[in-house]
Design a protein around this ligand. Structure first.
Ligand code: KIV
Ligand code: ZN
Length: 385
């Protein structure tokens, strides 16, 4: 089974979520939890962005062990120097240098032609090589870049000694077929492609970040980049927990796996949500409150008979205690009776029918019928009898 390296950028791209600002203590707390989760590489921040971020990256670099710590840098010497400063004390430092390559970015943002982009990136990687033995180079907006220029840029990065080349779909524009095809094309057309790892970095503007990342894996990507809970710029980044569980649940199909401690997923998700203030939607895959909750009678009946009828993975795998059968207006008698037994009531058929009818009346008025509501229904019925 092929190992997929996990590059976590919760502390950098994730922190770029509008409204999120993590202080040094919070970054270190998340970094320790990411260590427990078993990620391979951690992008701790963008040191040139502010003195505070440089200090935070430095604190993370010193705090974590057995993990590659990465600082982001534009293709500029001052930025590279800032990363050098920030990663002092890191056990395994790596610099992440980037430059945009798409025609839109070349024309409107950089005001450079292809030759200038190539030369600027080459000089930056050369400068970074004086300090760093591990370099990741990213072709920002690779998703909207001409194929021949992608090949030219990746050839240059390999020649200059980058260890990882990242192919971001910066604006979440591509479909899985198109994104996967870029990896296939690079594998077939870049000289010495085996000297580098290819990395997938997707944004979720069209809701395709996870699908695109999986398409990249199917086409040879060695590393995936993402964030916990999928937080990040605009609609966010690929959610790491989704990739980990897709590979775990569909191992035979993907023939690839991460080495994450899956049982740490729920805890990591809760910590990141609490410290960033970004609430996880209830229906979010894997870590949403409803991801292992069942409300309808038909589903609850199936779950009570055999869990695999409606669950493709177990809540225990990600560190949760158990699935939830939520009692609401779609729930059936089977789940109702089971919940009463859990609460200590075993009613005969007639009493159960009467209590169930009253429960349905209540469920029509409330979104969720809680254990307290049920106890009130039962006590009232028992007093009537
Ligand atoms: O989305 C992107 O292109 C990035 C780069 C800085 C890698 O985050
Ligand atoms: Zn990004």
């Amino acid at each position: 089974m092929r190992k997929i390296y996990v590059f976590d950028t919760t502390l950098r791209d994730g922190e770029q979520s509008p409204g999120v600002n993590l202080n040094t203590r919070e970054k270190v707390e998340i970094a320790h939890q990411l260590e427990r989760l078993g990620i391979d590489r951690m992008e701790a921040g963008f040191p040139a962005a502010s003195p505070g971020d440089l200090a935070a990256v430095n604190a993370v670099a010193k705090a974590v062990k057995n993990i590659t710590v990465i600082g982001l840098s534009r293709s500029r010497e001052q930025d590279i120097d800032a990363v050098k400063e920030a990663l002092k004390g890191a056990e395994d430092p790596c610099i992440h240098v980037f430059l945009a390559t798409s025609p839109i970015h070349r024309q409107h943002k950089l005001r450079m032609d292809k030759g200038q982009v190539l030369d600027t990136a080459r000089s930056a990687i050369r400068y970074a090589r004086k300090t760093f033995s591990k370099i990741e180079f990213s072709l920002e907006d690779a998703g909207r870049t001409e194929y021949d220029f992608l090949v030219e840029m990746v050839n240059m990065a390999v020649e200059e000694g980058a260890s990882v080349v990242n192919i971001p779909d910066t604006v979440g524009y591509l479909s899985p077929y198109e994104y996967g095809n870029i990896f296939k094309h690079l594998k077939e057309n870049v000289h010495n492609i085996d000297k580098v790892q290819l990395s997938a970095h997707c944004h979720n503007d069209l809701g395709m970040a996870t699908a695109n990342t999986l398409a990249a894996i199917l086409n040879g990507a060695d590393q995936i980049e993402g964030t916990i809970n999928g937080i990040g710029e605009r609609a966010g980044n690929t959610a790491i927990e989704e990739i980990a569980m897709a590979l775990e649940t569909r191992q035979e199909f993907f023939q690839a796996k991460t080495t994450l401690q899956l049982s740490e997923i729920a805890r990591t998700s809760r910590l990141v949500s609490r410290l960033t203030g970004m609430v996880v939607p209830g229906n979010k895959a894997i870590v949403g409150a409803n991801a292992f909750a069942h409300e309808s009678g038909i589903h609850q009946d199936g779950m009570l008979k055999e869990k695999t009828t409606y669950e493709i993975m177990t809540p225990e795998t990600i560190g949760l205690k158990e699935s939830k059968l939520v009692l609401g207006k779609h729930s059936g008698r089977h789940a109702f009776r089971e919940r009463l037994i859990e609460l200590g009531y075993e009613l005969d058929d007639e009493a159960l029918n009467r209590a169930f009818a009253q429960f349905k009346d209540l469920a029509d008025k409330k979104k969720e019928v809680t254990d307290e509501d049920l106890l009130a229904v039962i006590e009232e019925k028992l007093q009537d009898a």
